[in-house]
Design a protein. Structure first.
Length: 374
């Protein structure tokens, strides 16, 4: 699964993988065999930078140097406002014991879901990653009663108005105990002792299900696109875990981590001023030749025999100590299970175009249409 750097017009380069590619800079249209990825212009600008510490704007410094990133993270604990899932909800901080219960409940639900038969594979047909996200929500959380199940519906989560209506309905919902199956996450809502705790449990349910399902769907979709033709997918089945770790290297879910206020960091580098915010970029670090051989190549075999990939230097797909993705231990096993279902049912990419765009969002994910053949 080796790759090459192929020149296009002028000085532009495109990194060609085994059936996929990543455009490093914006290039003129060209005939390229296999699949290609075009990033949003702002991400392309970042990928074109050679320096490891650079100014993004008047108040933000970007960092992709492995050692400096570690120093920034170690300088102070992450703030609650810098987190995603555990940021304040319902007007109050999320208590530590509540966060711990959420992690355990989600892990219980995922392990239970992995042990159960998956839904019909036709649910994977359509636009990815959205089809995969809906499929995962059905697989893991379909046992939850109404209106709790609405918390994870994409049409609801995309509408602020609908989200508020559903939240209010569940807050005053008189449903009680016995006889109805539900996930461990939903049980936290039901067992909340007061309105405030119930509201926070609702927020945590929505954030936890969205973070997990969106992240796993994006990871599996990115892997499918990078693998390319069906023959490459068939060869990859022997070590899907390695395929997923290599996908996490090239398209990490925590591709940028933000630290507000540079007072604590001014002594670490002369570019950082007290008024600056600091943006840390694993996306750039994962592609730097100082840290990786053939960094632009999609090579799952580089992970063969690696017992603990997260201990690999300059590899931080889920963030840093103290601020790592709380569901990271669930993401790869669930994505591997999802890919197995896709391969068993001969899922094929049906997009007519060989090129797909990765928009500027917190989660980097390719877009394509797919259809099962089973």
């Amino acid at each position: 699964m080796s790759g090459i750097l192929r020149p296009l017009r002028g000085t532009h380069l495109i990194a060609i993988f085994n059936g996929g590619a990543i455009l490093v800079e914006e290039a003129a249209p060209a005939e390229v065999r296999g699949h290609s990825i075009v990033y949003a212009p702002r991400i392309q600008d970042l990928l074109a930078r050679e320096e490891k510490v650079f100014r993004i704007d008047a108040t933000t410094v970007g960092v992709s140097d492995c050692d400096l990133m570690a120093e920034v993270v170690a300088e102070r604990p992450v703030l609650s406002t810098e987190r995603s899932v555990y940021k304040p909800a319902a007007g109050a901080e999320i208590p530590h014991d509540s966060a711990t219960r959420t992690i355990r409940a989600l892990g219980q639900d995922v392990m239970e879901g992995i042990r159960t038969p998956p839904p019909p594979a036709r649910g994977l047909d359509g636009a990815w990653p959205y089809a995969a996200t809906s499929y995962l929500r059905q697989w893991l959380f379909a046992s939850d009663p109404l209106p709790v199940s609405l918390l994870s519906k994409r049409r609801v989560t995309r509408s602020h108005t609908l989200s508020r209506i559903v939240d209010r309905a569940i807050t005053v919902w008189p449903e009680h105990g016995g006889g109805h199956e539900r996930t461990a996450l939903a049980e936290q809502i039901r067992s909340a002792c007061d309105t405030q705790e119930r509201r926070q449990a609702i927020a945590m349910y929505r954030r936890a299900t969205a973070t997990l399902c969106d992240g796993v769907a994006a990871l599996a979709g990115n892997a499918l696109w990078l693998l390319g033709p069906a023959r490459e997918q068939e060869e990859a089945r022997g070590d899907l875990t390695a395929v997923l770790w290599e996908t996490l290297r090239l398209l990490p879910p925590a591709w940028m981590l933000y630290r507000t206020g540079g007072e604590a960091y001014t002594g670490l580098h002369p570019e950082i001023r007290p008024e600056d915010n600091v943006a840390l970029f694993p996306l750039l670090m994962h592609r730097h030749p100082d840290y990786w051989s053939d960094p632009m190549e999609f090579r799952p075999e580089r992970w063969a025999g690696v017992a603990d990939p997260e201990k690999t230097p300059a590899f931080m797909p889920f963030g840093f100590d103290g601020a790592r993705c709380w569901a990271k231990h669930l993401v790869v096993p669930l994505a591997e299970r999802l890919l197995t279902v896709a391969f068993d049912n001969r899922l094929a990419i049906r997009s007519l175009q060989q090129e797909t765009h990765v928009p500027l969002r917190s989660l980097l994910s390719v877009r394509f249409d797919a259809e099962t053949g089973a």
